[in-house]
Design a binder for this molecule. Structure first.
Ligand code: MG
Length: 259
């Protein structure tokens, strides 16, 4: 606990109340946590706000932070019991020393679908007007599938086939954004957050650039992130192979997550 106290010494402050009028670069969530920490100190009749109050506030306000801290064996009950006890930090094993060690994980995703006439072309959750569309069990959204695989890979959660087998009738014609929503939930349950996604979609036709803005919005919504965390690029295959002949569409994706 002493190590934690030293690490966060600068946070021992005399109960500031963070409001929207304070001009500091804090996110809304950070302000919410700081205010909650002040409330926790008030509730316990403590004069100052320390890291333990911040821990309590984070437990209360952020499911993702709670999941990470619990991995270190820290629970809200242990922190509160420490705060209420007179036991010296050296003698107490209630709250182990916590050090935040953010780490970045990368995942790669790839997908390809054959294109056939008369099918809807869904890419990145958006219908793109074209005379051909992907052959697939779900809606055949090549970009959503590659993103899903990249995210699952980064989180060590297998691949899209593990979670949404194409033998399951439940996923026949499914909107692939549902796969992304599920991947997001699995990632959050592990206490991880999506950092960024970079993708290349390879198709000879149609031109995809004009649809990227709508795709990024749709994908970001499904993943509960901001569109600027997603970068999309379009390539042709220079007229060669199946993609170049307009018989297939493919996507490559790299995603990073942190926790
Ligand atoms: Mg696919």
């Amino acid at each position: 606990m002493e190590a934690l106290r030293e690490t966060y010494e600068g946070l021992f402050v005399a109960k500031p109340r963070i409001s929207t009028s304070v001009e500091v670069p804090l996110s809304r969530e950070s302000k919410k946590i700081l205010n909650r920490a002040v409330d926790e100190a008030d509730r316990l009749a403590h004069k100052h706000v320390g890291p333990e109050h911040l821990l309590l506030a984070m437990f209360a306000e952020s499911e993702q932070i709670r999941a990470v801290l619990e991995k270190f064996g820290v629970t809200g009950a242990k922190v509160e019991s420490y705060l209420k006890s007179d036991v010296s930090p050296e003698a107490s094993s209630a709250v182990p020393s916590v050090r935040w060690r953010p780490f970045l994980r990368a995942g790669i995703g790839y997908d390809l679908h054959r294109l056939e006439a008369g099918r809807k072309l869904i890419i990145g959750g958006i219908e793109v007007p074209f005379d051909k569309g992907p052959v697939g069990h779900s809606d055949g959204d090549v970009l959503a599938h590659a993103i899903c695989d990249a995210l699952l890979g980064a989180a060590g959660l297998g691949d899209i086939g593990t979670h949404f087998p194409d033998t399951d009738p439940k996923w026949k014609g499914a909107n692939s954004l549902k796969f992304l929503e599920h991947a997001r939930e699995l990632i959050a349950a592990k206490g991880l957050q999506i950092s960024n996604i970079d993708a290349v979609v390879i198709a000879e036709r149609p031109k995809l650039g004009p649809h990227f803005c709508a795709m990024r919005e749709a994908l970001a919504k499904a993943l509960a992130i901001q569109p600027d965390q997603i970068n999309l690029k379009a390539k042709t295959n220079e007229g060669v192979d199946a993609i170049g002949c307009g018989e297939a569409i493919a996507a490559h994706v790299v995603a990073t997550i942190f926790g």
